[in-house]
Design a protein around this ligand. Sequence first.
Ligand code: LLP
Length: 416
Amino acid sequence: MDQFSYRDGQLFAEQVAVADIARDHGTPAYLYSRAAFESHYQAYDEALAGRPHLVCYAVKANSNLAVLNVLARLGAGFDIVSAGELERVIRAGGDPGRVVFSGVGKQPWEMRRALEVGVRCFNVESDTELDRLNEVAGEIGVTAPVSLRVNPDVDAGTHPYISTGLKENKFGIDIADAPRVYGRAAAMPNLEVLGVDCHIGSQLTTVAPFLDAMDRVLALVDQLAEQGIHIRHLDMGGGLGVTYNQEQPPSPGDYIGAMLDRLGDRPLELWLEPGRSIAANAGIMLTRVEFLKCTEHHNFAIIDGAMNDLIRPALYSAWQAIEPVVPRTDTAERTWDLVGPVCETGDFLGKDRRLALAPGDLLAVRSAGAYGFVMSSNYNSRNRPPELMVDGDQVHVIRERETLDDQLRHEHCLPQ
Ligand code: LLP
């Protein structure tokens, strides 16, 4: 169920009128729904109920402590890509024993910390990373649990920047070379081989590429068994898409059902790393119209949210729905480009949108809960927006609006 819906002529987040939230907390602002995060996570957990599994929420999608805490309370695992994400998980009450550590560039100190707190598994992406992990584990006298991220060379058919399963990109180990690398891993004294991992891309809207990847990974599992290497879990990564516009991705239940069919009665645990499908539609970004500027070619609505707050439209030409918080009927609809105050032509949140607008109107940019705030910056010395979470009829500030002092705290002039 969508926790952002219209009632009595205005947008609500759960039980709270969004316009009231904007009045109390200002704009731009990110606003999340606790119930949405919970139900999106539970859809995964329930679909996997009959089988040993681990749902590791991809922290990079939205790493606010409150978000991680809400998921940790449900028993979620976490997929991290840095020691920073690991500390967030720990401070949010997450269980390190349910954490998988992904990423192509893990540093020795990050590995050490992850070993100290006892993460569940390292998703290793190269031969040389294996050597490093073996060495770090040896130094502190522990055994590192590993899974190799293999690159199954399937085309996820998604945006080139977020497609990761093809041979030509930096991620993973070529599946054809994997048996050799597994052989090395199994022979290393301080590593224990547990699984196979892959992540083929993000915002996938069909199950076929996942199933192709799984077929290739299962063939590898069989080949490894012949080498005497017995795999206990498959980590199929994240990547399930969401509806931004007209996309009709499979539900987590359908996507998982299809993969479970493929797995049959093989004694393998299934692990997943969903980010976007848990977070994106659990959040919106609120922004207000400052000025309307109509030129010969375009109608510009200049809003107080910008590319530094939400970079997906500028970076990936991503389309996110933009809706009025209180739809008006006293003005005609026109076609607008919604542009921010940043000094870049690429600073837009939406183009060619049919809306009835007046200065001061509040707009909700939908599907902003994933890869929204986490990708924000201080470009143009703009303070980053606050993050708010609605829980029933309560609104909680889960990250305060930045101040200029926050921004300048770490900078220093040269001495006189
Ligand atoms: N696991 C690994 C190893 C990943 O690299 C990613 C995402 C995920 C899981 C989670 O994937 P998801 O379920 O969210 O698709 N900033 C881009 C998306 C980058 C995704 C990077 N990796 C965007 O805004 O569209």
